[in-house]
Design a protein around this ligand. Structure first.
Ligand code: HEM
Ligand SMILES: *[C@@H]1O[C@H](CO)[C@@H](O)[C@H](O)[C@H]1NC(C)=O
Ligand SMILES: *[C@@H]1O[C@H](CO)[C@@H](O)[C@H](O)[C@H]1NC(C)=O
Ligand SMILES: *[C@@H]1O[C@H](CO)[C@@H](O)[C@H](O)[C@H]1NC(C)=O
Ligand SMILES: *[C@@H]1O[C@H](CO)[C@@H](O)[C@H](O)[C@H]1NC(C)=O
Ligand SMILES: *[C@@H]1O[C@H](CO)[C@@H](O)[C@H](O)[C@H]1NC(C)=O
Length: 328
């Protein structure tokens, strides 16, 4: 631990340095706010840092928010919009309600960004950057992130119900949801590595613990000691449904490659996590990432940039929201 803390200042410097490179991306730009909001990265990093220091889990929650923004009609800040009289937004969709967290953190960072650079930085860019900082501050890679997304004008509860992958569906269905957006099977394996941090409520995996698929027995692809552990956290009664279990019990707050080690050891919490070991092609990637943390770090950055490019709104389209919860 102390070695990591000692190295932290150097890692910070190298992360800053990486930001200065000018790679090209489809429509977004690595230097988009260099002139218009040079303090952006510093403001977002400090907002994420203070949110995490109050609540470690917030790193995971921000990362997930960004995923749920992008996988539904692209990265357009739609996940942040509150319902209106005429629009049912995404916050109320099944995978999101009573589950997503971090909206107040985004609001608070947005307030700080508006003070420094009024009406300049979109909410969806703030969220993409917050997710990147959350990964980095949790010990993960610092990938260069192109910016310039604009905020969309609508959100769709129906699209969120349709497009967000469920832990109860087969891997082929999850893969289809990714590929329909332009991501690949490899991105499913790599981005699932986000489950190296954060927590899941019991109801999202309880079907594995007592009577799996009507067998009267637990899921046989679940390590015995983890099973014991999860059964204690999630007793077989409805009132345990919202109890929490870490997605990676080895290092629950640390962004590392132990998610993959867990899968190799039959210790994936969600059925959809462990399913990555059920097919040869995805299993060989899992084994690879369990052995080579830096391979995972590199590929995670690449896949996050792809995720962050999905359906972006640019140019004159969309808007720069003043308040992330409502269109201007
Ligand atoms: C591949 C399909 C995926 C499925 C089926 C899935 C499903 C889930 C579920 C069921 C939870 C627990 C939610 C709850 O208990 O309320 C969760 C949590 C989480 N997911 Fe995923 N997820 C997937 C992919 C991703 C991706 C691509 C990312 C980010 C790149 C991500 C990031 C997270 C994080 C960080 C958490 C913990 C959140 C927290 O503690 O607040 N997930 N996911
Ligand atoms: C700190 O985190 C708790 C949840 O763990 C939350 O209720 C509270 O509002 C947070 N406080 C600040 C200042 O962010
Ligand atoms: C998986 O996808 C197939 C084909 O689209 C569909 O018929 C099936 O209901 C899906 N399964 C689940 C559990 O969602
Ligand atoms: C995973 O399993 C292997 C072999 O079963 C074991 O040697 C290793 O210690 C396990 N790793 C962890 C982190 O539990
Ligand atoms: C997957 O790997 C196993 C063991 O190596 C092998 O027996 C099986 O034929 C492979 N399946 C496919 C579809 O390649
Ligand atoms: C494993 O990683 C190496 C790079 O170190 C790569 O060349 C190889 O294709 C990977 N294998 C799989 C199955 O992903």
């Amino acid at each position: 631990m102390s070695t990591i803390n000692l190295l932290r200042p150097f890692v910070l410097v190298s992360c800053w340095f990486i930001l200065q490179c000018t790679l090209l991306s489809a429509q977004l730009d690595y230097r988009f706010y260099d002139e218009t909001c040079p303090s952006l990265t510093r403001i977002v990093r400090s907002g994420v840092r203070s949110a995490i220091s109050n609540d470690t889990r917030m790193a995971a929650s921000l990362l997930r928010l960004h995923f749920h923004d992008c996988i539904v009609n692209g990265c357009d800040g739609s996940i942040l919009l509150d319902d209106t009289n005429t629009m049912k937004g995404e916050k109320g969709a099944n995978p999101n309600k009573n589950s997503l967290r971090g909206f107040e953190v985004v609001d608070s960072i947005k307030t700080d960004v508006e003070k420094a650079c009024p009406s300049t930085v979109s909410c969806t860019d703030i969220l993409a950057l917050a997710a990147r900082e959350a990964v980095f501050l949790s010990g993960g890679p610092c990938y260069p992130l192109p910016m310039g997304r604009r905020d969309g004008l609508t959100a769709s509860e129906a699209a969120a119900n349709q497009d967000i992958p469920s832990p109860f569906e087969p891997l082929d269905n999850i893969t289809a949801k990714f590929t329909s957006k332009g991501l690949e099977k490899k991105d499913v394996v790599v981005l699932s590595g986000a489950h190296t941090i954060g927590f899941a409520q019991c109801f999202t995996f309880k079907s594995r613990l007592f009577d799996f698929d009507g067998t009267g027995k637990p899921d046989s692809s679940l390590d015995a000691s983890l099973l014991d552990n999860l059964q204690q956290t999630c007793p077989n009664q409805p009132d345990s449904n919202t109890n929490l279990a870490p997605l990676d019990r080895l290092t629950k707050n640390r962004f590392d490659n132990l998610y993959y080690t867990n899968l190799v050891n039959n210790s994936g919490v969600l059925q959809s996590d462990q399913a990555l070991m059920g097919h040869n092609d995805t299993a060989s990637m899992v084994v690879n990432y369990s052995k080579y943390p830096f391979l995972f770090y590199r590929d995670f950055g690449v896949s996050m940039v792809k995720l962050g490019n999905l359906g972006v709104v640019t140019g004159q389209n969309g808007e720069i929201r003043k308040n992330c919860r409502v269109v201007n």
